[in-house]
Design a protein around this ligand. Structure first.
Ligand code: UD1
Length: 425
């Protein structure tokens, strides 16, 4: 297994280009199941999760090809899909595989998708996806670890009320509704930019859809007529953007991120401003300006447009550099504090109480070995390594490779001392 070795304590400088959004590209790949032609996805991040979902579609019978200088163009032709079983061996590696459930069921009237099961950051059920499909007339059975969904005469438009805001749940059901018979009204939808992009792509393909970007979305289904989806450019990754801004912040350096969308990261920028940093924003370029003194912060994670849970770990790492005590509360996922014990190995003073951490900042961090546990927690360990004195090693970085394109190359470009090594752990 590979590790990252970081010699910390250096200031960063320069620019880093933000890749396309992993969490937007994933539903768009699933969306190709609804298309009657090859779809060209552009600005697709070259990360493992994207390859995993593409492989799943290929196993179902789709043709797919990556191209462009960094393999950021993905052409997928799902017209000839002839299998409807998403097997455990692929779904278990990535929860977002559940995104094929709605499109497969809507198009073929049946599919079997392995249950994603638990994962490192909590139970993360898919009950809301299943309940919505049942309300659209599907029969759902859980058998041998598989969701067996049937709607042989097609899905029927319905009124769906999501008890909780769910990102992939909203995407799944919006895609299913696009091929259903009649109108589906979805209430309490997730507002994330990735959900908006899925809806916009359906609209561009001629689907009658209103309320995009609001909690109430209405979709007029095509009664199983496939869609003419041609080309979609994936939006910038707001979590990658936030992670690099925190890299600038934790090393108190001036850096610029490019190809970013500042409107999508308002809550992240707000918290950095509260901590004493300032910003120059022009078009797709955001420059973070160092703080005179890094101040402690209070954060509660919540649904978009509020502070994202996917940035919680990075801000825990950053708060170790503030003068005072910060409190960060995790409201979306239980068990999402695995980075805390690793950060404490560097000398940080962080305490967990239920779903809340208190970070007593101002202690110098010293390099150590750390174990990555999930995607975003891993990025927090790298960020801490950048500021810790001496050498840190982050092990099991396959978690990072799931979601960060060219991570060490991008950090090297910013002047960090970082290299990938063959690890033993
Ligand atoms: C998506 C993101 C993930 C992010 C999360 C929250 C993708 C591929 N992943 O995950 O990076 O951390 O949003 O912003 O886009 N829930 C249920 N039942 C369900 C579905 C969800 O109880 O059927 C709960 C979850 O346990 C969680 C909350 O709802 O507490 C939100 O989860 P959800 O928005 O569904 O997360 P994902 O879509 O899996």
């Amino acid at each position: 297994m590979q590790s990252l070795e970081i010699k910390g304590g250096l200031k960063l400088k320069g620019e880093v280009e933000i890749s396309g959004s992993k969490n937007s590209a994933l539903p768009l790949i699933a969306l190709t199941i609804l298309s009657n032609r090859e779809v060209q996805l552009e600005n697709v991040p070259n990360v493992v999760d994207i390859k995993t979902l593409t492989k799943l579609l290929q196993m179902l019978g789709a043709e797919a090809q990556f191209g462009g200088t960094e393999n950021n163009i993905l052409k997928i032709d799902s017209k000839n899909i002839n299998k409807t079983v998403a097997t455990y061996d692929i779904v278990k590696t990535m929860r977002a595989s559940i995104l094929v459930l709605g499109p497969l069921l809507a198009r073929f009237g049946h599919c079997d998708v392995s249950l994603p099961g638990g994962c490192a950051i909590g139970a993360r059920p898919v009950d809301l996806h299943l309940k919505a499909l049942e309300q659209m007339g599907a029969t759902i059975e859980i058998e041998d670890g598989y969701v067996k969904a049937r709607a042989e005469n097609g899905l029927i438009g319905a009124d769906i009320f999501f008890e909780k805001k769910t990102v992939t749940g909203t995407e799944n059901i919006v895609m299913a509704a696009a091929l259903a018979r009649g109108k589906t009204r979805l209430f309490n939808c997730a507002l994330e930019p990735e959900v908006v992009q899925t809806c916009e792509a359906l609209k561009d393909a001629g689907v009658k859809i209103t309320g995009i970007g609001t909690e109430t979305i209405e979709v007029e289904g095509t009664d199983r007529e496939l869609l003419n989806i041609e080309k979609i450019r994936v939006i910038p990754d707001r979590i990658e953007a936030g992670t690099y801004l925190v890299a600038g912040a934790i090393t108190n350096s001036e850096i610029t991120i490019t190809n970013s969308e500042s409107n999508h990261i308002g809550a992240i920028i707000d918290k950095l401003v509260e901590m004493g940093f300032s910003f120059h924003i022009k078009d797709d370029r955001i420059t973070i300006i160092p703080a005179l003194k890094i101040k402690p912060v209070e954060i509660i994670t919540a649904e978009y447009p509020l502070f994202p849970t996917d940035m919680q770990a990075q801000f825990v790492a950053l708060a170790t550099q503030s003068n005072g005590t910060s409190v960060i509360e995790e409201r979306l996922f239980e068990n999402r504090f695995m980075h805390v014990s690793e950060l404490n190995r560097l000398g940080a003073d962080i305490k967990i109480s239920h779903n809340r951490v208190s970070i007593h900042g101002g202690r110098e961090l010293h390099g150590a070995d750390m174990m990555a546990t999930d995607l975003r927690a891993s990025s927090a360990l790298v960020l801490a390594g950048l500021v810790a004195k001496g050498t840190s090693r982050v092990h099991r970085i396959y978690h990072l490779d799931r979601g960060y394109q060219n991570l060490e190359k991008k950090f090297l470009g910013l002047g960090a001392n970082i290299k990938r090594i063959k690890g033993i752990l």
